[in-house]
Each structure stands twice: as C-alpha cells, then as structure tokens.
Write a protein that binds this ligand. Sequence first.
Ligand code: UGY
Ligand code: MN
Length: 256
Amino acid sequence: MQLPFGHTRSRISTHYAFITPDTHVWSTLPGWTGSNFAVHISPHMGSRFTQATIKMAPEGRSAMPLPGVQRFVYVLSGAIEVESIGLKSDEGPLIGKHRFESGGFIFFPADHAHAIRAREESVLVLFEKPYEPVDGIDYPELVSGQASDIASSAFMGDEAAQLKLLLPNIPSMDMAVNLFTYQPGAALPQVEIHVMEHGLIMTGGTGVYRLGDDWFPVQTGDIIWMASYCPQWFVAMGKQPASYLYYKDINRDPLS
Ligand code: UGY
Ligand code: MN
C-alpha cells in the first residue's frame, strides 16, 4: 500500500531506529565496484556497529573492511563468490573460491584478507564491528555456512519461537548473528532490557515490535536498531511465520 505523499512508517529516536524500505537512500563506498549501499545503522546514529544493505551488480566486487573491523555477510538473494585464504569447511581449510546463495553467510575476522564477487544480481545484509581483543584470547576464526543447515532450538522453552545461532558463542567472539523464526502468535516471553545492542532486518512475515514505549507493525524488509537498554518485545502476527536476522554484541566487559 502506497503511503500518502510526505509520510513514512520510519521513525528515528535516540534509543531506536525503525527504518522502512521507502526511506532508503543508496550510495557507494570506497573500493567497492558495481555495488550500492544503504547504510541503515552506523556510529553516526549512536551505534557501536554498522548495518547496511548492499545491492551488487553481476561482477561487482568488495573492498576490505577498515583495519581491525570484522565483517558478517548474509545473502538475501542472488549468488556471490568469496575468495579467501583459509575458508573453513567440514573437509578442512579451503583455499580459493566458494559460492554462497540465498541464506549463505560468512564471517570474516578482523584483517582476514578476502574479496566478494557477485556472480549475478545480489542483495546482501552486512554487519561490521570493530573487534574488541582480550588479553590471552585468540582472534576468532572465519565461519561460513548456510542458514538452512543450522539447527534451531526453542527460545526459552517455547517451540513456537525457534532461534538459530549462525556464529559460535565462544569467548573469542564479541558479536553474534542469529536468525529468529516465530509461528503466528508466538512472542518474546518478556520485554527485554539489556546492555547489548541489536541491528535487525525482518526476513519474513509480519508482526508487532515494541521499541521503548512505541509499538510498530513490522513486515519483511523493515530494519531496526535497538540501542543498549532499549526496551524491546515482539509478537508474530499474520498467517505466515515471521522471521528476523539480528546482530548482538556479546562476551565483553562494558568497561573494557
Ligand atoms: O538475543 C536477544 O536479545 C533477542 N531475544 N532479542 C530480540 O529478539 N529482540
Ligand atoms: Mn534482545
């Protein structure tokens, strides 16, 4: 449904941002070719990470993240080829090129040399975060996979709310990216208030998101930033399951 001229569902506040596709503005970033970015969440807003959507044309190529910055890429549609040294698979390290299609994801530790090349028109979700090293803990390794291959578990005992952790929750990791799928009517069991921040994209279905003291009807493609301590709650509504992919900072002392 087209909103009346001059209106949008998007809302930006100090503790959250709710961003709908009609408000995206596309730009380029240094070194990337054939690639357009909508940077939805960034330190300019108050976050400690970046979330962007990237539209890559066939043969578009990536640039490296800034020094010390980790990168997580999730393929929403299309197909990419990743060139990497030490790309891990069940068979052991793979040297060279690896293809990822819809639902494929890859985490590059900070300063891990790589290049992403679009094999066809592709849309990617990007999360980037400066790595927070800890004395005595090695950097994490590269992680890659396919969301459909990852087992989910009932969130806090609710079989209707299934959570997939795409990255291992180990001390070296200071970020998580999870995929949450709710059956219609399923909800977060509590209003959450926590030190961790989130960046989120709705990947399917519809529902209602509580952010602070505001409630938003949400649908596929909507994007949300939740700052530290932003009260948050979700209920899936509609005839299909609702799902979202989200980022979270983890495993670090807030005073570090
Ligand atoms: O991991 C989380 O904090 C998650 N339960 N939050 C959310 O879905 N808004
Ligand atoms: Mn949360």
